[in-house]
Design a protein around this ligand. Structure first.
Ligand code: NAD
Length: 367
């Protein structure tokens, strides 16, 4: 398949090569209706350039929806560096920064899998279109704080729909992954007196949450992966792996809802329908985990934690809107979420063409 056929709805794809630093990167700009494209830079040993292209096209399209859902003034983009993350150099990221700068503000980027905020301190020397650098360099710091808050708002909204109360006190939640996001979510739930079933491959994280539980009204029980998917609980909270909602896990799930931070939780789109058929309410991942995106998008106005947290609160209303839409249209929540985003983009497209028409200058010929 040629590149133009693969691009489908994409605006622009840029192939970047710097022989001096061995940089081979692809930048994909999917849609800039809502603003300049925003998306992280992933570094991976893709087996082929085609594999990297496929990934960057898929991920940049996802960013368009994520930005629309989070109501930030950015469109969807993404970049990939094809190479071994162990072999990255500061010069490579400076060269990458030059390519980003050449796009003249159409694309903003930062860290993703295989890259770190520190890598982008080097890129920052070449372009200001960088987000998510460490606080010492003017960035907004740890994005897992607003991401975890967003998950908690998602749980409140879902609890409101299912149980008529935002409160999770006394509720049982099974959590996979106690990393940067999962641990913060778990700690807050314990403070609220929830009962947790937790699973992680990291024993230190499990020990930490067991000791935290002693200071709270809540309880924690460590379970195996099989037990996690079979356990009866009110919520399943995936905060580790993508593709976790699939043909193997959905039949065993014994919960009322799924609300978590993990990216791309549905292995395939139809798994959203499978959850619905089972009567499990699915909170679309890209709505729930948008706190980190909200934080980096907000950096353009200068770092401000309070403003970020205020905006992160909107996840509660956005999710309720999506649930209402899904019910009214008789569709699964992941489809309702996509429709919600597409409508928002379409409205902006219409508005900007209306205003650009109104504002179009009348050309006069001066003698
Ligand atoms: P993290 O790497 O800090 O934590 C991941 C945790 O999952 C670790 O404790 C790890 O031990 C555990 N884990 C890994 N494999 C596991 C397995 N097979 N079974 C159980 N546990 C396992 O990552 P994070 O920043 O907390 O992010 C968690 C998820 O949320 C990821 O999918 C990430 O893409 C997504 N996300 C994170 C952010 C953010 O701001 N950090 C934003 C949006 C989405």
């Amino acid at each position: 398949m040629d590149v133009f056929t693969q691009m489908t709805s994409h605006e622009q794809v840029v192939f970047c090569h710097d022989p001096d630093t061995d940089l081979r990167a692809i930048i994909a700009i999917h849609d800039t209706t809502l603003g300049p494209a925003l998306g992280g830079c992933r570094m991976r040993m893709y087996r082929t350039v085609e594999e990297g292209l496929e990934d960057v096209l898929r991920l940049s399209r996802g960013m368009t929806y994520k930005c629309a859902a989070a109501d930030v003034d950015f469109g969807g983009g993404k970049s990939v560096i094809i190479g071994d993350p162990q072999k990255k150099t500061p010069e490579m990221f400076r060269a990458f920064g030059q390519f980003v700068e050449s796009l003249n503000g159409r694309f903003y980027t930062g860290t993703d899998m295989g890259t770190t905020p520190e890598d982008f301190v080097h890129a920052l020397k070449e372009t200001s279109c960088i987000v998510g650098v460490p606080k010492a360099y003017g960035g907004s710091g740890d994005s897992s704080i607003p991401t975890a808050k967003g998950v908690l708002y998602g749980l409140e909204a879902t609890s409101e729909v299912l149980f008529g109360t935002k409160s999770v006190t006394g509720k049982t939640l099974s959590i996979q992954g106690l990393g940067k996001v999962g641990m913060k979510v778990a700690e807050s739930l314990l403070q609220q007196g929830a009962h947790l079933l937790v699973q992680d491959i990291n024993q230190t994280a499990l020990d930490a949450i067991l000791s935290k539980a002693k200071e709270t009204e809540g309880t924690v029980r460590v379970v195996t992966e099989d037990e996690l998917f079979e356990a009866e609980a009110d919520f399943f909270v995936p905060c580790a792996l993508g593709g976790i909602l699939n043909d193997d896990t959905i039949p065993t799930l014994n919960v009322r809802a799924v609300v978590g931070s993990a990216n791309n939780q549905l292995l395939e789109s139809w798994h959203g329908d499978a959850l619905r058929e089972k009567g499990i309410l699915y909170a679309p991942d890209y709505i729930v985990n948008a706190g980190g995106l909200i934080q980096v998008a907000d950096e353009l106005y200068g770092p401000n934690d309070e403003r970020v947290l205020q905006k992160t609160r909107t996840i509660y209303d956005t999710l309720l809107n999506v649930y209402r839409h899904a019910e009214a249209e008789n569709v699964s929540t992941h489809i309702a979420a996509d429709l919600y985003c597409e409508k928002r983009i379409e409205q902006r497209r219409k508005r900007s063409s209306f205003f650009s028409h109104q504002k179009r200058p009348k050309w006069t010929i001066r003698n």
